[in-house]
Structure formats: C-alpha cells, structure tokens
Design a protein around this ligand. Structure first.
Ligand SMILES: Nc1ncnc2c1ncn2[C@@H]1O[C@H](COP(=O)(O)OP(=O)(O)OP(=O)(O)O)[C@@H](O)[C@H]1O
Length: 648
C-alpha cells in the first residue's frame, strides 16, 4: 500500500531500492581500449619469522602444516611461521571476487600478494606463482593494467574538490599525448558514473575542513584509480567505516565496473546480505588456508553439505565467518574451533580443490595472452609533470587558509614582541647598550629556524601518505615532486621572512642601509630553509608524527646551544667546542652580527666570541647547509619509497 507525506510518495521497498542501486551505474566507465584480464594464482605461501615469545608460537602449531607436502609448495623453514598455506584461485574478467575471512585470517596478505603490493622484506619469504592471462606476471606491464584502492582514504588532499582530485590524477597518470579534452571527458564520465556529480565541487575534506561523506570519499578513491581505465582493480576493505547504504553504493559501483569487463578483487569484512549478492566468486580463508573457493551463490549449500547449515534469515557472510573463527576464550573452545577449521579446510583441499584446479588449468591454457603495454611508466615527461605538480601545489597553498593565517598571526605576534622588547635598541649611541642588539639578532635567527622546523612536523605525515600512494601508483617521479614543492614553498617562506624583518628592523632601528637589510633577509631565509630541510629529513626517517615531534626539537635545541650566543666558543671545553661547526645557526648568527655592526664588530663582540670566518664565508656555509639538508631530505624521501616484492 502506498504511503504519503505532504502529498509525496514515501513508500519504501527494500528490494526495489537495492535493485535501483545496482542499476544506477549501468553504463559505468565503459572500456575504451583495455584488455580483459584473468588472474590465476598457484600455491601462494607467505612465511614470516617465528616470534621470539613462546606463547605466540603455540598458536602457530594449532593446525598442521601438511600442505607443504603438496607438489610445488615451498617448504617451510624451521625458523619461520606460515601465514598463507599454498593458496590457489582464479578470477576472470567480468567477475567480482570477494576475499573473506575472520580477522587475522590472511585476507590482506593475500590481496597484497595478488596486487603486487606486498612490502619487500628480507625477513619474510614468499612462494608460488601469479599468472596474468595464462602467463607469469610481468611487472613492467602489470602496474598499467592493475590498480590498487587503499583502505585508507585519508590519502587525498583535503583542500581539493572531487573534480580537481580526479582531474589531477588524470593529468598525472594519463599519457601527455592524450588530448586534454579527452582527459576531461574521462574525468566527467567517472564523476557521473560513480555517482559523484552532486558533490563534484565539494572539498574532499578532513577533520578540520568540511568535505564529502565517507561513501563519496571512498568512491573518489576508486575514481582516482579508474582514470587509466585499468583492467584489474584490487580493493582493500572498500566498505569499512561506511554505513550500510553507502557500503552498498560503493559495492554496486564495483559490480558495474566488473560488468563492463573489469576484474575486481576485494577483501571485505562482514558484508550485509544485499552486498554479498553482488559477488560472483568467493574466496574464504581461515588461518591462512582456503576453506572455500567458488561461486558466492553456492557457499550456503557447500557449508550445508559439510554439516553446517545456515539458519534461515541469517546473513550468510556472518554465518560463515562465525563457523571459521577461532575462539580463544578457553583452551577447550580453541581446540574445538581449530579442529572445525582444519576439517573444513581439509575437506576443501581433498574434495574440491583438485576439480577446481583442473578446470582452472583448462581455462588458463585456452585464454593465454599476456597483455602487453607500450606505455611508458610515467604518463608525462619531466617538464609537463613538474608543471602539473606546481599548479596543484600552488592551488593547495592558496587554500591552506588555516596554515596561512596561523603563520601570519604567529609572524606578526613575534615581530611586534621582539620589536617592543628591543625597541630603538640599535638607535642608541653607547656601544655597551648596542651590544644588546645581538640578542634580537639571535632571537630572529632562532625564531625563523623554529618556525620552519615545527611547521614541517605536523604537515609532513599527511603529505607523506598522499605522496606514497601517488608514487606507488606511478603518478610522478620523486625529483619532480621534490623540486616542485621547493619552488612553491620558497616564495611563501620569503614573504613571511620579509614581513618579520620589516617590523623588527624598523622597530629596533637596525642599520639604515638597504644592503644590510637584504643581507639579513638572505641570512634568515636560508636559516629557515636549513631548519625546514633538517626537520623534513628527520621526519622522513622518524616515520611518524610522534617520533618526529620528539626528535626535531632535540636537533633544533642542539643548533641553538651551539649557535654562539648563549655559550661563547672559548667557554666550552675543547672536546665539545668543535660541535659549533655543525650548527648552521652559528654561521647565520655571526654573519648577522657582522652585517649589523660592520667595522665596529670587534668592539661589540666580547673577547673569545669572535667569529673565525668573514660575513660572506659564514653566509656561504649557511647556504651550503641549507642545500645539503634539503638534498638529505630528498635522499630520505627516495630511500623511504614504498618497495614491493616482485618475486611472484
Ligand atoms: N610481515 C608480517 N610479519 C609477521 N606477521 C605478519 C606479517 N604480515 C601478516 N602477519 C600476520 O599474518 C596474519 C594475517 O594478517 P592479515 O593482515 O593478512 O589478516 P587479515 O585477514 O587481513 O586481518 P584483518 O581483517 O584484521 O585486517 C596476522 O596474524 C598477522 O599478524
């Protein structure tokens, strides 16, 4: 019976609503020139070193390792623990394969191995084979045909809109020879077909910037990877954190992508029934073993035949995960549940896997044609790539309102404060009084270095996650990102340094000489670059925000202690005095003092505190520090590039 509210129909039919969602994107991103891809894997094993603690080892031994006896399976070394036990499977073009299992069963590890995103590690070892269209995977072409959508969708710029985000991805990833009009048409098509038109001009957003919803954000993450029209898409738990409507929305989009000839492989956690029905194939794993691989629609009958009938009105996905979870609450429960998993996995391996393998082998030999790709690894040449990155960075910087306003407020506050403390200090006649001006020069030096260094600690982690995702997707080279970023950041740094200096310079009454003003500007600009480079390099090595926040202040305090103002070099014992040469503040501060007092410097500087170098020598060393620290940052960035295992 129809229901109405304010004269409008509000009847709800759940089945109809789900059907409508599934049909919404009927025409999703039809293929332009991509090759259909079938993926097959054989005897995949993943071994990690045994934990040192005995308690953890016990869990390892609960299930037997007899899969090692199977032909073609890598033997397990005594010092290792097997995470994946000779997994086999295949997924064909046009199918959605869902990898399901309890937490810790090995879903993500399997997905990473299939997608070529398993982090390379000397401690762990892998075994088995992955075939693409019947032939061993070729890592030169695989990144072009396969894309990976990460679970973490915070790896996007909060201050870019949905359309901009996908547009930049298209500009960076697609070949420079593709006309811009075609790139834009592709972006519009993705937006429309992933149901993002309504929010296409909304910022992605984060905790501070209001942005799109979780489901929309997840679809943007998918859209970014769709720009190159990949044949194979891997997704790590694409519905985690979404409400059930948004989760269904995302999964229906994937279903439609498969309908248009793509191959979709996704891990998924507890899908609702309507989502479960969107899967073609299901790979169920428990404790690193396959317990079912086959059509998703057949799993209920399969478990029924094993003596585990799914109660009516029960969510199938919930039911099978319950059957396959180890209950660690008591030793008895643990024994019972592991025995159940062993029974189900043995049954699958003995009775179903052989038939599945012979069917898969027959299919594989009939469809054996490795996709080739003549496309270069990067979409654009160096210059084009650089100009796209510069445009994007400039756009982002102009929108970083909070950062810009905070920095403006901070600069004005400290400039006026320093100006008030040392008001007219340099305008007095007496040399004794003018000595105090060294204080303001030192605080200027310290403040610019602190400001630059601490600005990095909190901005870098977010940026690193984005850059790592983009580098893993082959969007650009490290060098263009690095140079583009430096080029864009420089004018902002110079602007804030000029602002600071103008206020302090005239309030304190520093030397009335344009040359002296610009030399001091040069000194504090390079000091801020050196401070920034040092913090950037340390942040990359530190790996996370907390460690960086602990390390960077130590490095800055070191610079400050040996900066030549608090402790005179000759007051330090010889075994430690040499450390001043490692402080770029030492060069900056002393060059600033000589710059200010010029001929009078010998009368101003206390005996024992004289600078051993000339002003320009000091500035040259400071510039050298800034360049070396920035290069160190670049080296750290390259060294920290995500590296993946390419042995399978
Ligand atoms: N590099 C590694 N070193 C040691 N143990 C590992 C490593 N990688 C994975 N494991 C272990 O392998 C098991 C499977 O991990 P995986 O992340 O694949 O599980 P999952 O099914 O994706 O779990 P979840 O659903 O909780 O994300 C876990 O016990 C995990 O601790």
């Amino acid at each position: 019976m129809a229901m109405e509210h304010l004269g409008r129909d509000i009847t709800f039919d759940a089945l109809e609503a789900n059907r409508a969602l599934s049909q919404r994107t009927e025409s999703v991103t039809s293929r332009e020139n991509a090759i259909p891809v079938d993926l097959v894997w054989r005897n995949l094993t993943f071994d990690v070193p045994l934990p040192k603690r005995k308690g953890e080892q016990k869990q390892v031994d609960l299930l037997s390792n007899d899969d090692e006896l199977a032909p073609g399976v890598a033997p397990l070394k005594p010092s290792m623990r097997r995470i994946l036990h000779a997994l086999n499977g295949q997924v064909r073009s046009g199918q959605v394969l869902a990898i399901m299992g309890a937490s810790g069963s090995g879903k993500t590890t399997l997905l990473n191995m299939l997608s070529g995103r398993l982090k390379s590690s000397r401690k762990c070892s892998t075994g088995g084979h992955v075939y693409v269209n019947g032939q061993s995977r070729n890592f030169d072409t695989f990144p072009h045909i396969a894309k990976f959508v990460e679970q973490d969708d915070t790896t996007m710029f909060a201050e870019l809109t949905v359309r901009e985000q996908i547009t930049y991805a298209a500009q960076l990833a697609l070949s420079g020879s593709v006309p811009n009009s075609r790139k834009m048409a592709r972006v519009e098509k993705i937006i429309q077909e992933l149901g993002l038109s309504k929010c296409s001009n909304t910022y992605i957003g984060n905790e501070l910037v209001r942005g799109v919803s979780g489901g929309e954000r997840r679809r943007v993450a998918i859209g970014i990877e769709l720009v190159t029209d990949p044949s194979l898409i891997f997704l790590d738990e694409p519905t985690t954190g979404l409400d059930s409507f948004n989760a269904l929305n995302v999964m229906s989009s994937l279903r439609q992508l498969a309908k248009n000839g793509r191959t979709i492989v996704t891990t998924i956690h507890q899908p609702r029934s309507s989502i479960f029905h969107l899967f073609d194939m299901l790979c169920l794993i428990a404790e690193g073993r396959t317990v079912y691989f086959g059509p998703a629609a057949d799993v209920v009958n399969y478990f029924d035949s094993l003596g585990f009938p799914c109660p009516s009105h029960f969510n199938v996905a919930d039911y099978v995960i319950d059957v396959l979870s180890v209950d660690h609450r008591t030793p008895e429960m643990e024994n019972k549940t592991t025995a159940r998993i062993e029974y189900v996995s043995d049954h699958y391996r003995r009775n179903f896997e052989p038939a599945f393998l012979s069917d898969a082998n027959a299919y594989q030999s009939a469809h054996s044609a490795q996709p080739t790709s003549s496309v270069a690894y990067y979409g654009n040449g160096l210059v084009k790539e650089f100009s796209i990155l510069v445009r994007r960075t400039v756009k982002l910087m102009s929108r970083e309102r909070q950062i810009n306003f905070t920095r403006l407020g901070q600069t004005l506050f400290f400039a006026v404060l320093l100006g008030l403390i040392w008001l007219d200090a340099a305008r007095v006649e007496s040399l004794d009084e003018r000595r105090a001006v060294q204080g303001v020069l030192f605080f200027l030096v310290v403040n610019q270095c602190f400001d630059a260094a601490f600005g990095v600690i909190f901005s870098y982690p977010t940026e690193r996650a984005i850059v790592n995702r983009e580098r893993a997707s082959g969007f650009y080279r490290d060098i263009t990102y690095f140079l583009g970023k430096q080029l864009c950041e420089l004018p902002r740094a110079v602007f804030f340094n000029i602002l600071m200096l103008i206020i302090v310079y005239f309030m304190v009454g520093l030397r009335e000489d344009a040359g002296a003003f610009f030399v001091l500007l040069l000194i504090i600009t390079f000091l801020s670059l050196a401070g920034e480079g040092m913090a950037q390099a340390l942040s990359v090595f530190a790996g996370d925000e907390q460690t960086a926040a602990a390390i960077v202040p130590v490095a800055v305090i070191f610079q400050l202690l040996f900066g030549g103002f608090f402790i005179a070099p000759d007051a330090l014992p010889g075994y430690i005095a040499w450390l001043r040469w490692a402080s770029f503040m030492y060069y900056g501060f002393n060059a600033a003092v000589i710059n200010e007092f010029d001929d009078e410097v010998t009368e101003i500087v206390a005996p024992g505190q004289e600078f051993e170098l000339s002003k320009w020598e000091g500035i040259a060393v400071l510039i050298g520090f800034a360049v070396v620290l920035k290069l160190l940052y670049f080296a750290a960035l390259r060294a920290n590039k995500p590296r993946f295992d390419r042995t399978l």
